[in-house]
Design a protein around this ligand. Sequence first.
Ligand SMILES: [Zn+2]
Length: 297
Amino acid sequence: MFARRIAFILLALVAAAPAAAQDKLRTIASFSILGDLVKKVGGARVEVATLIGPNGNAHVYEPSPADSRRVADAKVVFVNGLGFEGWLGRLVKASGTRAAIVVASTGIGPRSSASETRLGDDKTDPHAWQSVANAKRYVANIRDALIKADPAGEGVYKANAAAYQAKLDALDREVREVVAGIAPDRRRVITSHNAFGYFQDDYGIEFTAPQGVSTEAEASAKDVAAIIRQIRTQKIAAVFLENVTDPRLVQQIANETGAKVGGVLYSDALTDATGDAPTYIDLIRHNFKQLAGALLS
Ligand SMILES: [Zn+2]
C-alpha cells in the first residue's frame, strides 16, 4: 500500500515537472529580429527558436539538417516574407512539418527599389521591419497567429502585444524628434546594402548603397564609381558599416572620398546579448543615435 502510494506520488511528480516546458507553444522565427518580436508577444507561454541568429545574414543563408528537425517539431513558423527567405520553401518541404507558416509582414505595402532613382536591383525590398510602424503590424500578425495556435492564451497575447505596441509608438516618436534636429541637407548617408528604404520612407533620411536589397550579388564597379561621384557632388556626410555585411567595400569608398565612417548600423540582425542591439527596440535606437551622431557633428 505504502509502496503504491510512493509510486503514485513519483508518477505525479514526473508528469508535473516537464509539463511546464512541454506546454509551451513551440515556435520558430526565421531570423533574430523577428524572434525578438515573437518573444515579446508570446511571453512565458511560447518557446521561440531562431534559425538565423545574432549578426547572421539571411540573404545568403543555407539551412542545416538540424534546422529541418527544429522546423519539423514546431507548431508555428514565423517568417518575414517579401522574398527575404528564399530558402524557406525547400526547408519546409524537407522538414515535412505540419506547422502553420505565418508571414509576419502580411498587410504591409512592399516597396520596390525599382521605383527609386537610386542604385540597386529592382526586387521587392524585404526590410520592412526598419519602419517602426511596420513593426507594429508584425506584432499584430504575430498576436493573431499565436491566438489561433493557442486560444487559451488569447488574453495574455493581447495584453503583451498592446503593451509592446505602446513602446513602439514611443520609439517612433523618439526617432522623429531626433531626425527633426538634423538639417535637411545633411540627411544623406551611404550603407553597404540597401536595407534602410522603409526607414528612409518613414523618417526622411536618404540611404544609398553599392549593393541592392539583397547581398547575394556583388556590387559592380560602375555602381561603386557612381556612389563615389555622388558622395563628392552631394557632400554626403558619412558612410556606415553594417553588422551583416563585409565592411571592406564601404571602407574603401570612405578612403577614396574622405567621407567619415559613422559607425555600424544594424540592418538584418540583432547582436548577441552583450552587443548594442540585443532587441529590436535597441536596434532602432542604436541606429538613429549613430545616424544623429554622424549627421549632427
Ligand atoms: Zn538585407
